[in-house]
Design a protein around this ligand. Structure first.
Ligand code: TLP
Length: 341
C-alpha cells in the first residue's frame, strides 16, 4: 500500500532506531533525562527561544500553549481551518475554557487588518482577546506557507493590543526548507512555537514547545496536569534529535513529489486543484460531483493500492513523506489516472 494519508505514518529509519536504542536516559519528570534536555535546548536554539519543553504530541503542545497564554473566558484568534479549531477535539474549550474567533483566510492566510478588526474593545459584554494563533504550514489549506511579512504586520497589531502570538509550527521545517528562511526568523514574532518531530521529520513521537523561560515553566506544570509528564523518554527524544540532524533536508524531496502529484491531478477531468497552492508536501483537490464522492474515490484508490484521506464530501488530501519512493509516486499517479482519468 502506498500511504498518502499523512506524513504522520512515517516509521523510524534504521539509523533512528539505533540512536534511540543507544540513548542515555533518566527520569524526565525529575528533569534528569539528558537526551530530553539536549533536545529541548537544541530546538529552543533552533527557534531562537529561551527554553523548550518536550511533549508527546502536537495537540498537547498547542493545548498547553493555549492554556499558558490565556484565562478562562478569553478569546483566541485563529484561521477557520486551523488545526486547533478543527482537529483537536474541542481542546481550547475543554482544557482552557476559551473560545476561538475564527478568521476566514485565503489558503490559511489571514491579514493584520482582519486581526485588528477581530480584536474586542474593552467592553464588559465581550470576551477579552488574548492570543493570536498562526498555523505554518497550514494543514487544511494544503501545506501552505504563511508569508513572513504578513506575520510581522500581525505581530505589530497583536503587540499594540497586548495580545500574545502562538505558532502551530507542526510543519514549520517544511516552510523553512521551502523558503530558505531560517526557523529562528519564522519564530521571532511569536511568544511560543510548537514544532512537531513526528510529521515529515519522521520521528515516531513528540513535539517541542518553545518560548521564554517563564512561559515554559508554566507550561511544564500544565504538561503534568495534562498527563504528559514522561519518564525515561530520552529513548523517544533521541529519535527527534536524529530527525533534526539527518532528515530536515529530505523534506525538499517531499515537496518535489507533491508537485509531481499535482502536475498529474491538474490534468484530470472533474478534478479541481490549484497547483500554485501546493507549497510543500500536502496536495488537496476537489472532485466534481459526477466523479463520485471523496469517500468513494478513496475506496477506488485503495483498490489500486493507494491510501488517501477524504477531508470533506468532495475533498481529498494527499501528503508526501520520507517513507515513499519515486516508484510509489509513479504508481500513485497511474492510479489517479485510472480512477479519475
Ligand atoms: N495533523 C494530523 C491530523 O490530526 C489531521 C495530520 O495527519 O495532518 N498541528 C497541525 C498543523 C497538524 O497537522 C497536526 C497533526 C497537529 C497539530 C497535531 O499533532 P499530533 O497528531 O501530534 O497531535
Amino acid at each position: 500500500m502506498i500511504d498518502l494519508r499523512s506524513d504522520t505514518v512515517t516509521t523510524p529509519s534504521q539509523g533512528m532506531r539505533q540512536a534511540m536504542a543507544q540513548a542515555e536516559v533518566g527520569d524526565d519528570v525529575f528533569g534528569e533525562d539528558p537526551t530530553v534536555v539536549v533536545l529541548e535546548e537544541e530546538v529552543a536554539r533552533l527557534l531562537g527561544k529561551e527554553a523548550g519543553l518536550f511533549v508527546p504530541s502536537g495537540t498537547m503542545s498547542n493545548q498547553i500553549a493555549i492554556k499558558a497564554h490565556t484565562y478562562p473566558g478569553d478569546e483566541v484568534i485563529c484561521e477557520q481551518g486551523a488545526h486547533i479549531m478543527n482537529y483537536e477535539a474541542g481542546g481550547p474549550a475543554f482544557h482552557s475554557q476559551v473560545q476561538l474567533h475564527p478568521l476566514q483566510g485565503e489558503l490559511g492566510v489571514f491579514t493584520a487588518g482582519q486581526v485588528e478588526a477581530a480584536i474586542r474593545p474593552d467592553n464588559v459584554h465581550m470576551p477579552p482577546s488574548r492570543l493570536v494563533s498562526v498555523e505554518n504550514t497550514h494543514n487544511k489549506a494544503g501545506g501552505t506557507i504563511f508569508p513572513l511579512e504578513e506575520i510581522h504586520h500581525i505581530a505589530a497589531v497583536a503587540t499594540s493590543h497586548n495580545l500574545h502570538m502562538h505558532m502551530d509550527g507542526a510543519r514549520l521545517m517544511n516552510a523553512v526548507v521551502a523558503t530558505g528562511i531560517p526557523a529562528e526568523e519564522w519564530a521571532a514574532p511569536f511568544n511560543s512555537v510548537s514544532l512537531c518531530l513526528s510529521k515529515g521529520l519522521g520521528a515516531p513521537v513528540g513535539s517541542v514547545l518553545c518560548g521564554d523561560r517563564d512561559f515554559i515553566r508554566r507550561s511544564h506544570r500544565y504538561r503534568k496536569i495534562f498527563g504528559g509528564g514522561m519518564r525515561q523518554v530520552g529513548i523517544i527524544a533521541a529519535g527527534g534529535l536524529y530527525a533534526l540532524h539527518n532528515h530536515v533536508d529530505d523534506l525538499q524531496k517531499d515537496h518535489q513529489r507533491a508537485q509531481q502529484l499535482a502536475t498529474v491531478l491538474v490534468q484530470l477531468p472533474g478534478v479541481s486543484i490549484n497547483p500554485d497552492a501546493v507549497h510543500t508536501n500536502i496536495v488537496i483537490f476537489n472532485l466534481d460531483e459526477e466523479r463520485g464522492t471523496a469517500a468513494q474515490v478513496e475506496h477506488r484508490l485503495q483498490a489500486e493500492g493507494v491510501l488517501c484521506l477524504a477531508l470533506g464530501k468532495q475533498m481529498i488530501r494527499l501528503v508526501t513523506h520520507r517513507d515513499l519512493t519515486d516508484e510509489d509516486i509513479t504508481h500513485a499517479n497511474r492510479a489517479f489516472q485510472k480512477v479519475l482519468g
